[in-house]
Design a protein around this ligand. Structure first.
Ligand SMILES: C[S@@+](CC[C@H](N)C(=O)[O-])C[C@H]1O[C@@H](n2cnc3c(N)ncnc32)[C@H](O)[C@@H]1O
Length: 263
């Protein structure tokens, strides 16, 4: 880990966000996005936003990977591997663990799965095998971490692949966008973040003017605690895990939460 805890304890959010917006980082994000296959929905939008100087999720992940040089990266919600590619392009030797249900036609585009994502990573020069865990994260994460919530069979299957539970220096949560589901993914992964490691939480401030309100309501699902949206989920997590320092970037969509483990 190459960022001192004293930095995380003292840095002002606006200084951190300015560092993330640095030119090398934005150029790197654009270069990687241009190397990956074109996603008819998102590629152009992301490139235009970053070229216009806005910082979106991929900028956070690229900067964090450049500075932290994670040895192990876990991502819930991989889709075409945009975020994963930011890490893989920065740190060739990183071990990557990708969890996805591969929901068909996610965001109106075919969700092509592990083989496609592996070939995308190879395009940007990552030659290791990504460890993929296909299925609902509310089953695959507990099985992977050996939680008692997983069925014995799921745990046994996971143990055949990985004997020991492990910790991660970078984790991105961008899978299930229901309020309870996203909260659960955070609960399941945050205890495995290393001290000095970081959790990235996507979509805390989406551009609602571009979204169908009915679809947003369906996606959020039940809200028994009155969280309202993913920013509310993030704030509930803040209360729950006091051993992290939290940052919220809500100026540009989709909005990103960062949590750095201090203790
Ligand atoms: C927003 S996309 C991820 C985008 C990706 N992080 C990137 O940077 O390009 C969300 C992904 O989460 C997956 N997903 C949704 N619900 C899930 C669940 N319960 N378990 C695992 N994956 C899920 C979808 O299949 C989809 O591929």
């Amino acid at each position: 880990m190459t960022i001192a805890l004293s930095f995380w304890e003292s840095v002002k959010p606006e200084d951190l966000f300015q560092a993330i917006a640095d030119e090398e980082n934005r150029r790197h994000v654009v270069k990687v996005m241009k190397t990956l296959s074109v996603d008819p929905v998102w590629t152009k939008q992301i490139i235009e936003a970053v070229e216009a100087g806005r910082i979106e999720t991929r900028c956070f992940i690229s900067w964090l990977a450049r500075e932290l040089r994670p040895s192990r990266y876990l991502e819930v919600g991989v889709r075409r591997g945009f975020s994963m590619a930011m890490v893989a392009s920065r740190v060739r030797e990183v071990e990557i663990y990708g969890f996805d249900l591969w929901k068909p036609d996610y965001a109106g585009v075919a969700n092509l799965g592990p083989k496609f994502v592996q070939s995308e990573m190879e395009k940007i020069g990552y030659i290791k095998r990504v460890h993929f865990f296909s299925g609902d994260s509310h089953r695959t994460l507990p099985a992977f971490f050996g939680s008692k919530r997983a069925t014995l069979w799921d745990r046994l299957k996971a143990n055949r692949r990985f004997k020991r539970r492990t910790s991660f220096s970078m984790i991105t949560i961008d899978g299930d966008h229901s309020l309870l589901g996203a909260y659960q993914d955070l609960l399941d992964t945050m205890p495995y973040c290393e001290i000095g490691g970081v959790i990235v939480f996507d979509d805390i401030a989406p551009d609602y003017s571009k979204l169908d309100p009915e679809a947003v309501k369906v996606e959020r699902g039940n809200d028994p605690y009155g969280w309202g949206d993913l920013l509310g989920v993030w704030r509930a997590i803040k209360e729950r895990f006091r051993n992290f320092r939290y940052f919220e970037y809500t100026k540009d969509p989709p909005g990103v939460g960062l949590a750095i483990r201090l203790l």
